[in-house]
Design a binder for this molecule. Structure first.
Ligand code: FAD
Length: 298
């Protein structure tokens, strides 16, 4: 039977190139100062959702909460095979911590109503808390399996997955609807399909249409007709704000965040003095003894 999957994906700064300009004085990320990419774990989550669609049919909807520029990762997901893309964007969502982020995301899932599976990355490469997925599952009152690297079986409304942990791996079974967080290296994300890329590179959010026609000085009627034309061709990326989600503004964004990032420091570990030990039993014994003495071990 066809399955309807939702992928929650985050646009993150390209952390391979963090400069001091990355953070604003108030401890929030200066997202405009860094190139932004689709979070790596989420690419694997998208691939797992697309593989479920290949096998069982159904649809894949991708949702991101972020600034209007986050529409870029939605287009990227459409190139790879997603069927529907939704941008949650509203000033009231900004500077959210994971509690407020998960509240807003779960409100969007509730608006979609029917789904069988939600796929998240295990963690975002900038905040690294790995809290949002589990918090969304809690708010929706659905089971969750975290750190999944493989779906072992999926039929009759039951899923069995393999999850990796520090101790090894476990096979866990759950009933749908279910939230899964996916680890990197769990699969080989498919590349964007050329035909889909040619088609969906024209996909825009209403905010992007507004910006474009604003620059042309066109009228509001022009805006309506442009959006209708895009929608008719399946090229309008949906954009939901706080009013569309009917949420409690005191529970999203900075207002709904009991935690905030105070400061971020660049920690560069430099090599200090070093000591060498002979590769003999005595040498190794001496090394272990000193490490134990310094409480590096044990
Ligand atoms: P994670 O919980 O690591 O993300 C897990 C998964 O949730 C992602 O792979 C993705 O599938 C989904 N997801 C996360 N955010 C979104 C989104 N915006 N749209 C769609 N899907 C999403 N907030 C805290 O509450 N506590 C902290 O300790 C904390 N530390 C931070 C440290 C740094 C350096 C930065 C830049 C931010 C920090 N934040 C923290 C803020 C945090 O980035 C936001 O709350 C963010 O929206 C979710 O937290 P995360 O990035 O840790 O996501």
């Amino acid at each position: 039977m066809p399955l309807h999957s939702i992928v929650l994906a985050k646009q993150v700064p390209d952390t391979t190139d963090i400069t001091p300009r990355a953070m604003k004085a108030d401890g929030t990320l200066n997202r405009s100062a860094l190139p932004a990419v689709l979070n790596q774990d989420d690419l694997h989550a998208l691939e797992m959702a697309l593989a479920v669609k290949d096998e069982h049919g159904g649809t894949v909807t991708i949702i991101t909460m972020g600034p209007s520029a986050a529409a870029d990762i939605l287009r990227e997901a459409l190139y790879r095979g997603a069927d529907r893309a939704i941008l949650l964007t509203d000033r009231r969502f900004a500077a959210a911590d994971t509690l407020a982020t998960s509240y807003t995301l779960s409100a969007a899932v509730n608006k979609i109503k029917t789904f069988d599976l939600i796929f998240c990355g295990r963690e975002a490469s900038d905040g690294n808390t790995a809290q949002v997925g589990p918090q969304v599952a809690e708010k929706l009152g659905i089971p969750q399996i975290t750190c999944v690297d493989q779906i072992c079986s999926l039929d009759g409304g039951r899923l069995e997955a393999r999850r990796l942990s520090d101790e090894g791996c476990e096979r866990v079974r759950a009933i749908l609807p279910l939230l899964i967080t996916v680890i990197s290296d769990s699969n080989e994300p498919r590349p964007p399909a050329a035909k889909r890329l040619m088609r969906f590179k024209k996909a825009l959010t209403p905010g992007e249409v507004k910006k474009r026609i604003g620059a042309e000085g066109a009228s509001d009627q022009m805006f309506e007709s442009r959006c209708r034309a895009l929608k008719d061709r399946g090229l309008l990326i949906e954009e939901w704000n706080g009013d569309d989600l009917a949420i409690d503004p005191s529970r999203c964004g900075r207002a709904g965040s009991p935690t905030w990032v105070k400061k971020i420091e660049r920690v560069v570990l430099t090599g200090g003095e070093h000591k060498s030990y002979p590769a003999t039993d005595e040498g190794v014994h001496q090394l272990m003894h000193e490490l134990m003495e310094e409480h590096t071990f044990g």
